[in-house]
Each structure stands twice: as structure tokens, then as C-alpha cells.
Design a protein around this ligand. Sequence first.
Ligand code: MRU
Length: 351
Amino acid sequence: MIRPFLLSGDVLRVLDQRLLPREERWLEVTDCDGCAGVIDTMAVRGAPAIGCVAARGVAFAARDLAARGLQDADARDRLRAAGARLVATRPTAVNLPWAVERLLAVADATPVEQWAARLAAEADAVAAEDLEACLAIGRHGLDALPPGRLTVLTHCNAGALATAGYGTALGIVRALHDAGRLARVFADDTRPRQQGARLTAWELHREGLPVTLVADTVAGLLLRRGAVDAVVTGADRVAANGDSANKIGTYQLAVLCAHHGVPFYIAAPTSTVDLACPTGDAIVIEERDPDEVRRVDDVWVAPADVDAYNPAFDVTPASLITAIVTERGVARPSYRETLAALMRPPRGNRD
Ligand code: MRU
């Protein structure tokens, strides 16, 4: 199975996604700063994957602080600061603060001398649960999508590379393929960073799935021709009302789907659902270096000094989303109620 990171002893090995598909180079990360660095530079990306790496970052920081024999309060303050450093790397994906807060809550309940083992185990659990969630999203997707053999279209990379493995949107694609129900998947190239071309096309092609790469601008033609049965994307943050932030270009796809009567699905683990965020208007959209638009790798495709604007995500309103497929089941409109019900802890775990 393709994995974006692997733990080997005390070293987190991270596949450098900036170099794919040309080169498979693994970076070695051994501390919290290293984890923040690989998220910051997008060597690792995708909401669940950056949550997993951030969790490991807190575990590394806890191990290193515990080894210094600091005063209890000092160690705890410094661990919170390490968490804040990780959260500051990328603002839109809620999986990042979700994972950091989860690790910090465990640290709060644990004596500093036990931090190293306890927080490492919690970071392991974050990654293991994410992989399980992706497998479950794939299974639920089989029922959520229209029946029969399907051609789907996806945007960006919500695949094995964006998660602890298997993927969310691509988890559904993989499950369809395994069930003999995938006719074809169209992968948008996803300008400006081309996660669709570099990553989605790479991981699906490598596994022998029927993938066809298209420029982002081709989606309208495909939908108008009736060549796509469903569009499935991931999400970086799902608000309480179902509005969903995902890679820039997702919103226009959902509008096209509504126009052509094609169902549009979000696939995301519940760690991407942010009930504290009332609507999509409250989601912070990351703005990135305009050079990503002016250039493709080292090649300038526009005048170097032309004005350029580079928002990394957009918000698809809930009204355009047919269903949100999570590991706990499928939410359908009205999302305020269905998401709240999915997020409620199972009876036995309630206070
Ligand atoms: O900027 P990126 O590459 O981190 O953006 C990734 C996406 O938008 C994904 O679709 C999203 O994180 C879901 S990944 C399962």
C-alpha cells in the first residue's frame, strides 16, 4: 500500500511529495521542528496526513522535553508552544489542530516522565485510526454513490498520499475498483500545484486503476457529454452546516454538477468535521505564494512581475453537496442534523 509516511524506530520517514512523480525520495524527520517543516513546505500534504504528522510532532516534542528534566509547568508550557508551532503551519485543514489538541489532552492527563511512551502510542493511534477510517469511507461510498458501474471525476489528491493510506475520495475509487464497479476515474490536474497530475495520476496509475488525467478546464465538457456519473472529492474542513472547504477549483466543479444533474460527494473522516465552525464563511482560506501560479516548477509560464492571486482552497456550499461520506456513515441534507448525529459519541462512551 502506498504510504506518505512510515515510522521506523524513532525516525519518521516522509515521502517527499514535492518530487513526485519524478523521484521517490524519503526524508528523515526526528523532531517536532522537522515535522512542522515537512508540513510547511508541503513535502507532506492532505488534511488527514498533515494531522498524523502533526500528532507525531507533538509526540517528538514531548519525548524531548521529558528528557530535559524541566519543571512540570515549564515542560507543559513548552509542549503547548510546540503544538502552536505545528498548528501555525497551514490554516485551513482542521485535522491539524484536531490532532494537536488530541495529543495535548493526553499530555495534560499524563505525568511528564511518562510522556514519551504515552504520546508516541497516541500518535500511532491517530495514524492507525485514519487508515481504518479511509477503509470504512471506501465501504460506505459503495452504497452512497449511484449503483452500478461508474465513471467518476476527482480533484486534487485525496488519496493514499493525503492520508495514512488508502485515501478518502480515492478510498471510494479503490473500493469501486475492487468491487468491479469502476469504469474510469478522471483526475483533474489541479493547478497550480498539480496534485491531481503529480499525485493522483501517479498513485492510481501505479496500482493499475483506469485513470485518465485531464486539465481542470475539461470537467465542463465531460459533464455536458454525460461522461461522468459522480464527482467525489476530499475536504479540509467541513462546517457544522455541511459547507466544505477543499482544494481550489472544487466549488466550480460542484456548480457544474448541479447544472448537469450529476451527484457531487465529499469523502472525509470525522476528524475533518468541525462542528465549532458554524458555516463555510468562518473557514480561513490559506493564501499561498503567487509564484505558484506564475510558474510550473522552475519554468515561468507568466511574466514574473504580473499580479497573481493564489488562494489554495475554496468552500463548496452544503446546498451543492449530495452527501458527505465519513467512516461513521453517510450524512445527507440537512447536514446540521445529520452531521451532529454522526459526531455524537456512541451511547456507551457518553458521560
Ligand atoms: O494543499 P493540499 O495538497 O494539502 O490540499 C489537499 C486537499 O485539498 C485534499 O483534497 C484534502 O486535504 C483532503 S485529503 C484526504
